[in-house]
Write a protein that binds this ligand. Structure first.
Ligand SMILES: CC(C)(COP(=O)(O)OP(=O)(O)OC[C@H]1O[C@@H](n2cnc3c(N)ncnc32)[C@H](O)[C@@H]1OP(=O)(O)O)[C@@H](O)C(=O)NCCC(=O)NCCS
Length: 193
């Protein structure tokens, strides 16, 4: 694993997006993303209705990166650099070279291929630059959009973690999916012909 990636925040660019570190100046835009009930319905946390909480979340994201524990990118539109979502790696397991992926996007922008584009860049970074062997995703059962994003990126369904998330007074099943570095490279080779 290439730990030098933590020396300065790794910015990523795609056709439409700029993935960069989130700063306190992004608080209002991140608030617009995370205050939406539908966006947070399938996340571990509920919608955030207090800008001070958003500021604490941003501080936490920066601290996790400084402590080399997690990487979370703000997803910005190239045209105006405004934050429309976030995505990242957490539960980084250095002994086994794996991590979990998570992401969310402003509701008004769903269905335009944006998260597939952002997560594709994350996978490239994770496998080619950082050196993961395996990347997992856990998705609350019924989150069809998220499962579709992962399928498009080559993730395979592994099974169901029954009632493993307790949220808002009830237990939820989590689907677990993963993609291996060998699968990522094979898919890439096929696309490159
Ligand atoms: C999940 C999420 C990130 C997807 O982002 P997005 O930019 O809309 O995703 P994309 O446009 O790249 O791809 C979505 C795919 O799911 C499909 N889809 C979405 N909702 C669907 C539904 N209800 N039924 C069937 N297909 C659906 C879309 O058609 C698209 O597939 P296609 O390209 O084959 O047509 C976004 O909806 C989101 O932020 N949701 C709330 C947070 C969340 O659930 N995060 C993931 C936690 S695991």
């Amino acid at each position: 694993m290439n730990e030098r990636i933590f020396e300065s925040f790794p910015e990523l660019r795609t056709q439409r997006l700029f993935l960069r570190q989130i700063t306190q100046e992004d608080d209002n835009n991140l608030f617009n993303v995370l205050s939406n009930e539908d966006t947070c319905a399938y996340l571990v946390h509920n919608a955030v209705h207090d800008i001070a909480n958003i500021q604490r979340i941003i501080t936490g994201m920066q601290r996790f990166f400084d402590e080399k524990q997690r990487i979370r990118w703000g997803i910005a539109q190239k045209q105006d650099n405004s934050i429309i979502g976030h995505c990242g790696f957490f539960d980084i397991d250095r002994s086994n070279c794996c991590a979990e992926i998570s992401y969310c996007l402003k509701k008004e922008l769903w269905g335009q291929g944006i998260m597939t584009e952002a997560a594709d860049a994350m996978l490239k970074f994770g496998f080619e630059d950082y050196g993961f062997h395996r990347i997992t995703a856990k998705v609350i059962k019924g989150n069809i959009g998220s499962i579709r994003v992962l399928q498009k990126l080559g993730f395979t369904e592994e099974g169901l973690l029954r009632e493993s998330l307790y949220k808002n007074g009830q237990y939820h099943d989590l689907m677990i999916l993963s993609v291996l570095e060998s699968e990522y490279r094979r898919t890439k080779q096929e696309h490159e012909g």
